[in-house]
Structure formats: C-alpha cells, structure tokens
Design a protein around this ligand. Structure first.
Ligand code: BTN
Length: 256
C-alpha cells in the first residue's frame, strides 16, 4: 500500500494530516513518538507489519504482514490532562464505526480498549502521552486491527481469544478501514470534553451485567460489571457489596 492509496479515501483531511505508510518497523507507536518533534501537524503512520508491536501492560501485539492494520495517530489535542484518558475510548468508538462501515459486521467494546467481533478480540488500542524537547505534550494513539486470519492461524498463545473482522481478504479493506478510522477519530477529537461519544461507547460495551475478574497486583478479584459511567469508567460491585469505578486497568470475563 502506498500513501496516495489511503489519501484517495480521505477527502480533505489528507491536507491537514501528515500520512505515511512504510513496509515494516518495530512499532509504529515507538517510531511515531521518535519522529513527533519533527512533525508539527497531526500525523498518521501505518506499517504493513511490525516486528515488535506493543500492547498495553507490556504485552506484545502480533503484527504479521498482509493480514492486519497497524496504525498510529499523532495528535496534540487541546485537552486538560484529566481528559486524556478519553482518547482511548473515543478511538474504540471510531474503530467500531469504521469496522461496521467497511466490513458490515457488528463490533463491540470490551472495556477499556479492546474491540470485539463475533466474540473475539479483533483490535487493541495503545495510547501514549509524551513530551517533545520543548516540553510540548503530544499523544500517540496506536490501533492494531486483525483484518483476516493470518495464513496458518494466530499463534497458540492468542489462538483462543484473537479473531479477525473478515474470514478472507477483500480488496482495499485495509485502506478503507484506515481512512474511516482516521475520519471518525479526528471528527470526535475536538469534542471529547463534551462526552458526546460516551453513549455510543456505553451501548457498544460488552461487560455490563457480566461476572468478571478485576486484575490487580497479579490478583484476580471476582466482581460484577454494572455499567459504564459518563467518563467511560467501569462500574463494578464486589461480592461484599462494595462498589468501585475503574478508570484504568484490566478485567477479564469469568467463564461459568
Ligand atoms: C493492546 O491490545 O493491548 C493494544 C495493542 C495496540 C497495537 C497497536 S498496532 C499499532 C501500534 N503500534 C504498536 O506497537 N502498538 C499499537
């Protein structure tokens, strides 16, 4: 894929956003963070594969060539620090809408940053905030989407949980999906403090009503997910009846 192929689907936005597509790198998030001081505008970096794709909590993100979209978005949002955690759920909403628009399959969100299709994780989001040499703050939102199952299947450690948005390759899917995500994300960005995307985040959320484990300090605490609050926090109740709203972290669904 070449940069012009994606700008073909982007309308006017490509004039305001620096877009580049490269064959491979260790991690688009790491590369874009290192390039950020030289890029004054918003930017998107897409790699056709990553040799060291990174996920949340120090995990890796499997990023083989030919079957996924590995994309990072650089932005300097006009947001209070307290609003930065809204970037990840807003990106999840953008990804779900984009998947439904280009692949016509329903997409849901597992709090806080995973997108699911057909009961499997098809996308993860890793948002990082950093500072340039002048102390200027920037954010890199990394989005990895499994478009098709890789030839030979997913590696054993993720084979049970990972899925793809479609069964087999479709022409232009990667470029159209990337363009839809970019359009939707940059449309939401100026309005994050208004929280207008939160009802959609909530209605797409898979966890409310489910028995879960809250993962904390390598312990798995049983809880029930009750709902998603107006800032995308996960409201949970523990067996002793106490309530908590989680702002970050990790939960897993308890199998019966
Ligand atoms: C997760 O599932 O915990 C988040 C995965 C984020 C993966 C994307 S792929 C593009 C960008 N570059 C990375 O190294 N990670 C993100």
């Amino acid at each position: 894929m070449k940069t012009p192929e994606i700008t073909r689907f982007l309308g006017d936005l490509d004039r305001q956003i620096h877009i580049s597509v490269i064959p491979e790198c260790p991690s688009t998030n790491s590369l874009l963070k290192s390039q950020a001081p030289e890029i004054p505008t918003d930017a998107v970096l897409i790699a056709e594969s990553q040799s060291d794709g990174r996920g949340r909590l120090g995990r890796s993100f499997y990023s083989p060539p030919g079957s996924g979209l590995y994309m990072s978005v650089l932005t300097r949002p006009d947001l209070e620090n307290a609003d930065l955690p809204l970037l990840t759920p807003a990106a999840a909403v953008a990804v779900c809408g984009a998947i439904e628009a280009v692949a016509n399959v329903p997409a849901s969100i597992k709090w806080v940053n995973d997108v699911y299709v057909g009961g499997k994780k098809v996308c993860g989001i890793l948002t990082e905030t950093a500072f340039g040499p002048e102390g200027d703050r920037f954010c890199v939102v990394g989005i990895g989407v499994n478009l098709f199952p890789p030839p030979g299947g997913f590696p054993p450690d993720i084979a049970d949980t990972a899925g793809a948005i479609l069964d087999k390759p479709v022409p232009d899917l990667l470029t159209r999906l990337a363009a839809h995500i970019i359009e939707r994300f940059f449309a939401l960005l100026p309005h994050l403090p208004e929280l207008t995307f939160v009802p959609e985040y909530r209605s797409r959320s898979l966890l409310p009503g489910k028995d879960i484990f809250v993962i904390r300090d390598s312990a798995a605490l049983p809880a029930k997910a009750l709902g998603v609050d107006d800032r995308c926090g996960l409201q949970v109740m523990y067996p002793d009846g106490t309530h908590e709203t989680l702002r970050s972290g990790e939960v897993t669904v308890r199998m019966r």
